[in-house]
Write a protein that binds this ligand. Structure first.
Ligand code: SAM
Ligand code: FES
Length: 354
């Protein structure tokens, strides 16, 4: 049997059963052969199209604070980076960003920020309630890090629908290498469980090519995703930031990121899978390639242009100068060019559609 046939058989098995052995996963993750990679992307596209057709969901991202109490070693807005210029949007600015996003067609707003305790549960609940009052047909997604069960519950009761909290790595040893000792792997994982129990549509996820990451760590991530069954998975390449200890580390590979996107699509066919800004940063056509590898979500930036270039998790981030309207137009064209359509529905996970 030709070598490529052996790999294609493994990919067929993955597509048919949504599962592989660790050895098979490792082979596919490490396979650089163009023909095999294209085959993997094609099978992932087929599965995605059988469920979500050619639709690509858009989420309006509002990066509302870059204050953060944490010190994740890889992150440009970590507390220890004294060079980061800090900002916080006012409640009015956040609401105004979502109001103009609504006019542009967005029906999901993602409020993302560092872990900024200025935004207490009460403040967050107030913001969520106002957005939901102004736009009852919209979904609100939060991405504000680790909080306790009661906080998550209050925000859910105030109307939040979804929550993104990347697990970062499903390997405790690896987690402890890239985070300071004050941060706990167990706590992050517990947060994910709590969010699910409360009833959020939950997104976990990881960086590809983060420092010290080996193929077996990605296998651990895939196993975690299979057992946790999140509604969303955020996957993007690690990109170094010049004010972190990892400034000289290499960025993650776009090709490996695409393979992981396809594998995640095949192990969890119904998942909502963003083609990330980080992927578009390391490859000018990264977001288009992500769509062609099975992703079905894009998240243009709705933050006011004045603060865009301050929410810098990594270097050379794209779309930091563009107005929201321009960004969505550009994104729609990019998606169309590869044969898909941006749609303005809420884009819930299929199991949450009533
Ligand atoms: N504070 C929230 C949290 O912890 O979930 C949300 C914001 S956090 C900055 C969003 C994500 O950015 C992290 O989960 C991490 O995976 C990603 N990130 C941070 N630094 C990065 C880097 N240097 N390259 C690529 N992604 C990065
Ligand atoms: Fe933001 Fe192209 S998607 S400018």
């Amino acid at each position: 049997m030709a070598l490529t046939d052996k790999y294609k058989n493994i990919i067929d098995k993955l597509s048919d059963t949504s599962d592989l052995t660790d050895e098979e996963l490792t082979l596919i993750l490490e396979c650089e052969d163009e023909e095999v990679n294209e085959y993997l992307f094609k099978r992932a596209r087929e599965v995605r199209e059988s469920i979500y057709g050619k639709d690509v969901y858009i989420r309006g991202l509002v990066e509302f604070t870059n204050y953060c109490k944490n010190n994740c070693y890889y992150c440009g807005i970590r507390n220890g980076n004294k060079c980061a210029e800090r900002y916080r949007l006012s409640e009015e600015e956040i609401i105004s960003a979502t109001d103009s996003g609504y006019e542009l067609g967005f029906r999901t707003f993602v409020l993302q920020g560092g872990e900024d305790m200025y935004f207490t549960d009460d403040k967050m609940c107030e913001i969520i309630r106002t957005i939901k009052k102004n736009h009852p047909d919209c979904a609100v997604t939060l991405s504000i890090g680790e909080r306790e069960y009661d906080s998550y519950k209050k925000m859910f009761d105030a109307g939040a629908d979804r929550y993104l909290l990347r697990h970062e790595t499903a390997n405790k040893d690896h987690y402890e290498m890239i985070h300071p000792k004050e941060m706990s792997y167990e706590h992050r994982m517990q947060c994910l469980k709590n969010l699910k129990e409360i009833g959020y549509q939950v997104g976990c996820g990881m960086m590809i090519g983060s420092p010290y990451q080996k193929t077996h760590h990605i296998v651990n991530d895939i196993r975690f995703i299979q057992s946790f069954k999140p509604e969303m998975v955020g996957i993007g390449p690690f990109i170094p930031h010049h004010d972190t200890d990892y400034k000289d580390e290499p960025a993650g590979s776009a090709k490996l990121t695409l393979r992981v996107l396809s594998i995640v699509r095949l192990v969890l066919p119904e998942v909502l899978l963003p083609s990330t800004t980080a992927l578009g940063t390391i490859d000018p056509l990264g977001r288009e390639k992500g769509i062609l590898a099975g992703a079905n979500v894009v998240m243009p930036n709705l933050s006011p242009t004045g603060v865009r270039n301050k929410y810098l998790l990594y270097d050379n981030k794209i779309c930091t100068g563009d107005e929201a309207a321009e960004c969505i137009r550009c994104m729609s064209l990019r998606v169309q060019k590869v044969g898909y359509n941006v749609v303005t529905s809420r884009g819930d996970h299929i199991s949450f559609n009533v």
